[in-house]
Design a protein around this ligand. Structure first.
Ligand code: CTP
Length: 406
């Protein structure tokens, strides 16, 4: 759980759905991450899970009734609306969504939502017919127009036995929306194209040439850019990572496929970051059948793949509105020298260089230590950081550069 929640005040509004039991874990996770969580339940929510459970999990008093005797807090809905960094309504039933869309204030939670000026995140959970009903869809649309974040429900089998959209969204998506609510939206309006992971170059139906890239750095870049408000497309080679929430993802296998998917998106992007470890070569031919063992030697003939980033750099030279191009260079020797060479040869604005001989940086690990080189000769050495923190620092530098180039 991200430590970004540490010290934050979060109001979790819980309404009457069987999915309430899942939110017990969420409240626990947020509290463990150091947030002060206040739970407000509707009376129907309290039919599913006792307020006592949430009091124990949050370590704080749980509010249910509008007119509870509340000690010194004489206007609870106003105080609760004011003191929190954001409000998470989960699970949000069709009735609560309708109440919020209509601006009603006839229970404590809807009164708090109406009085609040902080970000509001809504996680619908209901039977799929109720969710797909035009009334619910119109209400959700209205909440979006009010500026609320609606996390799309998951699709699958529901407690009522029906299949379809309406399951409470997964925590991975919800926690990203929560992080977005406490993150400066300084990348809003930007369209970002990121590549990540290795490519696989097939030799035959069972074998391929590839490399050790895990994709973690590129995925962190995608997640953090989205969190900061950007529209993000991620073109990813094969990895074991879950798709980042709310990011448009294109899965590819080979360098040729990556080339096609990146080039056709060039025009739509303002910033392109090539974190993928693209294979420079592919087998000259891919065998339709498994290669059999014959003798003690096998000679492989390889053909060169196009350098995608080089091609983007060339296109950028004639662009009326040039893109910001960011490359990566994983090096094991002459690290900065190689980075500078690639920055110039590929006509980049910035290159992120790392020394892959270090144990705590580079492939597979969750941390990285990189140096950013920019086209103006700037050299910014970053300390050892998590890949999410490294990604944020890369975006800081890229946005700074973009602001100075425009
Ligand atoms: N790159 C690319 N297409 C390729 C090879 C590399 O777009 N066919 C991009 C990578 O995504 C990375 C940058 O170019 O952003 C540098 O990749 P790297 O493999 O370090 O450099 P190469 O130019 O391939 O040089 P070398 O392998 O000789 O170090």
């Amino acid at each position: 759980m991200s430590s970004s929640f540490s010290g934050k005040n979060i109001l979790v509004g819980i309404t009457g759905s069987i999915a309430v039991y899942k939110v017990c874990d969420w409240v626990r996770s947020l509290s463990k991450a150091g947030a002060q969580v206040t739970v407000v339940m509707t009376e129907s929510a309290a039919q599913f899970v006792s307020p006592l459970t949430f009091a124990a999990l949050s370590g704080n008093r749980v509010y249910v009734k509008m007119f509870d005797p509340v000690g010194e807090e004489d206007i609870p809905h106003i105080n609760l609306a004011r003191k929190n960094d954001f409000i998470l309504v989960a699970p949000a039933t069709a009735a609560t969504i309708a109440r919020m869309a209509g601006g009603l204030a006839d229970d404590l939670l809807s009164a708090i939502v109406l009085a609040a000026k902080v970000p509001i995140i809504v996680c619908p959970a209901m039977n799929s017919n109720m969710y797909l009903h035009p009334a619910t869809q119109a209400n959700l649309q209205r909440l979006k127009e009010y500026g609320y974040t609606v996390v799309n429900p998951a699709t699958g089998t529901m407690a009522c036995g029906e299949e379809g959209p309406g399951r409470l969204p997964e925590w991975e998506s919800v926690s990203e929306a929560c992080l977005g609510a406490i993150t400066a939206q300084d990348m809003t309006g930007r369209s970002i194209l990121i590549t990540a992971g290795p490519t696989e170059e097939p030799l035959d139906p069972v074998r391929y040439l590839s490399n050790r890239s895990s994709g973690k750095m590129g995925y962190s870049l995608a997640r953090t850019a989205r969190r900061r408000g950007a529209r993000v497309t991620l073109v990813a080679g094969p990895t074991h990572l879950a798709d980042p929430p709310d990011v448009s993802i294109v899965h590819v296998r080979t360098a040729l496929e990556m080339y096609d998917q990146v080039i056709c998106r060039f025009d739509d992007a303002d910033i392109i970051v090539k974190a993928a470890a693209v294979s420079d070569f592919r087998p000259a031919s891919t065998m339709a059948q498994k290669i059999k063992k014959q003798g003690s030697e096998l000679q492989l003939q390889l053909a060169g793949n196009s350098d995608i980033l080089f091609e983007l750099g060339e296109r950028n030279k004639t662009e009326r509105n040039p893109k910001i191009l960011v490359g990566f260079a994983a090096e094991s020797q002459k690290v900065l020298e190689e980075g500078k060479r690639k920055l110039q040869e590929k006509n980049l604005d910035c290159i992120v260089v790392n020394d892959i001989s270090a144990d705590d940086a580079g492939f597979s690990v969750d941390t990285n230590r990189v140096t950013l080189l920019d086209r103006f000769g700037g050299v910014h050495e970053l300390p050892l950081l998590s890949k999410d923190e490294t990604a944020d620092r890369i975006w800081d530098a890229v946005i700074f550069q973009a602001a100075h180039l425009s």
